[in-house]
Design a protein around this ligand. Structure first.
Ligand SMILES: [Zn+2]
Length: 179
């Protein structure tokens, strides 16, 4: 039997209150494969805390009732002159549709510098920014996925080797927020 790609199984038992629907707005023309793999990576990080991520273009946007909807914009600093330098992403908990942004070229550059597949780093950045939306204003921590600044060691150990994840306490807060 063919191996199943995560998190297809999770979809079968998806609870609307524990689902995040990501709508992708791509201003940089990121390859579809990269986008898909990045979202799958982010979905795996959330699956560990029992939260399902679905997104458009994935045939997985069939959630029974109202999920928590988030707009994900992929952009360059050229699209957003207010930010410069190595900012990988941002999160805006707007009252209507909460939004996160990922600076795609910066993610690519940092991934390349660290010898990590860009879609993997991309997925971790998406998860970090979603964490901001769900964990509130004091989401940053000294260790793990919610570290504010990612050094080369963070990218190599935390991202490439998969050590970064949401803590049990963070998982609890995220599930409470989605309820
Ligand atoms: Zn942050």
């Amino acid at each position: 039997m063919a191996a199943m790609v995560l998190p297809v199984r999770a979809t079968e038992r998806v609870q609307a209150s524990r689902a995040i629907a990501v709508r992708v707005i791509d201003l940089v023309g990121a390859p579809l494969t990269i986008r898909r793999r990045a979202l799958e990576q982010a979905a795996r990080l959330f699956a560990r805390v029992d939260v399902t991520i679905v997104w458009d273009n994935s045939n997985r946007l069939t959630v029974p009732s109202k999920p928590f909807v988030v707009d994900l914009t992929l952009l360059d600093h050229g699209n957003d002159p207010l930010t410069t330098g190595r900012v990988l992403g941002s999160a805006t908990p707007l009252p209507s549709v909460p939004a996160i942004s990922v600076f795609y070229r910066d993610v690519q550059e940092l991934a390349q510098t660290c010898g990590v597949p860009s879609e993997v780093l991309f997925g971790f950045v998406i998860a970090h920014e979603l964490g901001h939306l769900l964990l509130g204003p004091h989401a940053h921590t000294g260790l793990g996925l919610m570290r504010p600044v990612w050094t080369r060691a963070d990218v190599v150990n935390g991202v490439a080797q998969g050590q970064f994840r949401f803590s049990a306490a963070e998982g609890e807060r995220i599930r409470r927020r989605l309820h």
